[in-house]
Ligand binder design. Structure first.
Ligand code: TXA
Ligand code: MG
Length: 355
């Protein structure tokens, strides 16, 4: 696996129809059809794709990422007609969510088509499917003409990539190509939802908010942990491993609360970390105090606290940047559990190994 030559294919995200872009997309599509692996931008994060109907190709994703086989992959489609090769049926509630949010950052769980290899769903009877809205992803999926299984294009457990360089850091030499379409739009992953007559279950909060799902869903919307989680512990190679996801190398200290109390708690946490003599990194929202923190702290300017979309967009970039800056502990405030804040909290808590 290691030692593969990884092609870099540049596409202008703003102009996927240009000649150079079309050539790059055609080349990437050809690699996918031939059973290879291609990383590509979506509106959420970069994905690492392979033909979902080709079990051997799908195996290459698990190998490149060092992903355990119990963790199911999301299948990406470029048009509704492709759903027929992936899912056995679509209930009315799921249909309504598709009509409202596709193309877009919503993954829907559907009964798996028998033709779809078991490796894609890790043996589960349901498959997660989404139709990305990103122009490059959309063009690539249509050009490939096959459904594409694609997890985030990072090594297992690590921070999800929002640029082609992030992908290269984790996967250069392990995959066939990276389509470089610039920075992704939202910066955190899609929402994973199962919809039925009794209501909707969110398995992973994401860009499409719980509130938005609630507007379309009949009945209750409940949050539930992904069912693979229990198995994560058993399958972990050593105690304590397999617990952290989306994780920087540094230890994460998360600060709860709201308003002035949270700001004070943040400053105190930062100071305490400094006093322990550790190299400190701060995920610092605009307007949070730092007056009593030593200037030795590495500071990432996260964005406006009152604009959680902005925080989501820079979350992974910030964690990566602080890791590179040599931070041993990262202090980060938790946004409120509403809107896209729910997804930010989920990723940070998993990154801290708290769930
Ligand atoms: O935004 C996204 O969803 C990105 C882009 C590339 O599309 N993809 C992504 O994939 O985040 P990945 O593999 O990093 O996360 C997929 C997660 C699984 O770990 C699991 O939590 C959930 O989606 N999932 C996928 N298929 C599932 C299934 N059949 N049942 C339950 N959960 C599933
Ligand atoms: Mg992932």
């Amino acid at each position: 696996m290691v030692g593969v030559k990884t092609l870099r294919l540049a596409v202008e995200a703003g102009n996927p129809e240009s000649r150079a872009s079309r050539r790059a997309i055609a080349q990437a599509a050809e690699i996918l059809r031939a059973g290879g692996t291609v990383a590509f931008p979506t509106e959420t994060v970069y994905g690492l794709g392979a033909n979902a109907l080709d079990a051997e190709a799908v195996e290459k994703i698990f190998a490149a990422k060092e992903r355990p086989s119990w963790d199911p992959l999301i299948v990406h489609i470029g048009e509704r007609a492709m759903l027929e090769t992936v899912a056995a049926e679509v209930n009315n509630e799921t249909q309504r969510l598709m009509d409202k949010f596709w193309p877009g950052p919503l993954t829907l769980l559907l009964p798996k088509h028998e033709r779809l290899p078991e490796t894609v769903t890790a043996g589960l009877k349901k498959v997660g499917v989404r139709m990305p809205a990103h122009p490059v992803a959309h063009a690539l999926l249509r050009a490939a003409g096959v459904p594409v299984a694609a997890p985030s294009a990072n090594r297992f457990g690590r921070i999800s990539p929002t640029t082609a360089n992030d992908v290269a850091e984790d996967l250069e030499g392990r995959i066939d190509a990276i389509v470089d379409g610039g920075e992704t739009t939202h910066g955190v992953e899609s929402t994973v939802v199962e919809a039925g007559a009794e209501g909707c279950v969110i398995y992973r909060p994401g860009v499409i908010t719980r509130e938005q799902v609630g507007e379309v869903c009949n009945g209750e919307v409940v949050l539930r942990e992904h069912m693979g989680k229990g198995r994560a512990r058993e399958a972990a190679p050593a105690p304590g491993m397999g617990e952290r996801h989306y994780a920087p190398q540094a230890r994460l200290v998360l600060v709860e609360g709201e308003g002035a109390a949270q700001r004070v708690a943040f400053e105190n946490a930062a100071r305490r970390a400094e006093e322990q003599g550790e190299r400190v990194g701060l995920m610092l929202p605009d307007g949070f105090p730092t007056a009593r923190v030593e200037s030795a702290a590495q500071i990432f300017h996260w964005g406006r606290w009152e604009k959680p979309e902005e925080l989501a967009g820079k979350l992974y970039a910030g964690l990566r940047w602080l890791d590179k800056a040599g931070a041993m502990v990262i202090v980060c405030p938790l946004p409120a559990a509403e809107g896209i804040g729910l997804a930010i909290r989920d990723r940070l808590q998993k990154a801290a190994g708290r769930e």
